[in-house]
Design a protein around this ligand. Sequence first.
Ligand SMILES: [Zn+2]
Length: 111
Amino acid sequence: MHEMMVAENLLAVISDEAAKRNVKPIGAKISCGKLYAINDEALCFAFEAIAKGTDCEGLKLEIEHKPIQGRCIKCDETFSVDLSSPKCSKCGSDDFELLPDAPLLLEEIEF
Ligand SMILES: [Zn+2]
């Protein structure tokens, strides 16, 4: 279960930022690619468990899943791949390559 590792990293970074500002964080927004396969519930649960007793206790996590990006071989358009009908949003071709998944990012911390 990699949510626990992600939660530990997040807690470390958020605690660090909070300590620098000497304020209590109340929320954090992260984003990651779809292929990263983060389970929102599992991550929130893991975070809650390890944040207990720290400044981050009760912090609200918001997770945004970024769509997979593809690049059309025919017209070179870059687009978000709709997995239910994967084709180019510009020319409709299904001849495209998948771009690397978005990394896990801490977008912002709310204090
Ligand atoms: Zn195209």
